[in-house]
Write a protein that binds this ligand. Sequence first.
Ligand SMILES: Cc1cc2nc3c(=O)[nH]c(=O)nc-3n(C[C@H](O)[C@H](O)[C@H](O)COP(=O)(O)OP(=O)(O)OC[C@H]3O[C@@H](n4cnc5c(N)ncnc54)[C@H](O)[C@@H]3O)c2cc1C
Length: 408
Amino acid sequence: MSVTKYDTIIVGAGLVGLSVAYHLKRKNPNSKVLLIEKENDVAQHQSGHNSGVIHSGIYYKPGSLKAKNCIDGYHSIIEFAEEHDIPFDICGKIIVATSEAELPKLNDIYERGIQNGLGDLTRLRSLEEIREYEPHVAGIEAIHVPQTGIIDYPRMATTLLSLFRNEYGGDAVFGEQVVKIKSEKDTVYVETTKHSYTAANLVSCGGLFSDRVANLTEKENDLRIIPFRGEYYKLREEKEYLVRNLIYPVPDPSFPFLGVHFTRMIQGGIEAGPNAVLAFKREGYRFSDFNLKDTQDTFSWPGFWKIAAKYGKTGLGEMYRSLSKAAFTKALQKLMPEVQESDLVPGGAGVRAQACDRNGNLIDDFDILNRRNIIHVRNAPSPAATSSLAIGQYICSQLLGSEAAVSN
Ligand SMILES: Cc1cc2nc3c(=O)[nH]c(=O)nc-3n(C[C@H](O)[C@H](O)[C@H](O)COP(=O)(O)OP(=O)(O)OC[C@H]3O[C@@H](n4cnc5c(N)ncnc54)[C@H](O)[C@@H]3O)c2cc1C
């Protein structure tokens, strides 16, 4: 019996892996591409447990991979959603400063937006101006970002899979975890919990396990994933009138996450969150979830203790807000004083895969390690859902050796 040798094997059916698979088959329909996923369906982790926001690119350092891919991905995602009837809405958002101390940072964000090519940003200089957009918000100044939108990411993931498999003839297997990767001459040998496969190239997009998949081929992987759970509340239906679209605080510059905010969801309803709590299980969605190996991996990483020293106070505050609904509500009341504890009901949660180096730097930018026939996506935090089509196109062009859409 002859065994298929694939041109490319992709590990992980989150939005990034799906996008790579889709672009490879679309660009080269005759190529043999296999997607391997350990869960039984697509988007079971970050891609299906996020805020559902199409980010505009306003926050990111000009010239960074995040800035370029977010802006390119933004346009691609809208085109893709229109073509394939994926529900989305470019509803805009406001970023609100609630104290004088936040104004310099708000100004920096505005300047970044301009540098990143965002037109039509509006500075809102008074509470009255802010309330024209969001009548229940408290704040002193704000930026209105008309480009931001919301979308159904799980639906986008199933559409990508269906195009990859049914339209372009790609292969996908589910319920198989990749446990071994070996590269010899021109062949990559892949072992899963069920079968063995071979290919000329491999791309790993393992999300919360991206470091462990990279470790299968890298003797010295200088990055480790530190998982941060983001928990949400939902506004009770009768209180949904408090929020029209998306309301964000000015992010704390000493912490790499955006701060709890209000988000209108494309499927309906308003979410409040997510916080950012150190997780003791990489794919664990409840406070009580614990995995010994995951926790050991966090605590044995020298960089983690440096993060703990740097962000300890903020981290403890996040943990407190996770345990205390009153504290979570208080954080939201900074943006919207009217919101009460009784207006909030528990929502879902997601876990962020945040890469950290040995020196305790939380890696802000996307990290894609290219070893000729093996590419590991080692860090794809937010806005990687927004950027997923651009990242996939970039990796595809790296593999096919053509002009890169986005380059390092
Ligand atoms: C709470 C939260 C809110 C967010 N909000 C937004 C937002 O509003 N907008 C935005 O743009 N981004 C947002 N993000 C970020 C975004 O969701 C992620 O950056 C993006 O989904 C990453 O996609 P991925 O494919 O890399 O990872 P994932 O979606 O996590 O997929 C990785 C896949 O790899 C599989 N896998 C891992 N190891 C193996 C193995 N050994 N063998 C086989 N399969 C394996 C996993 O099962 C998983 O399915 C948010 C993230 C979180 C957690």
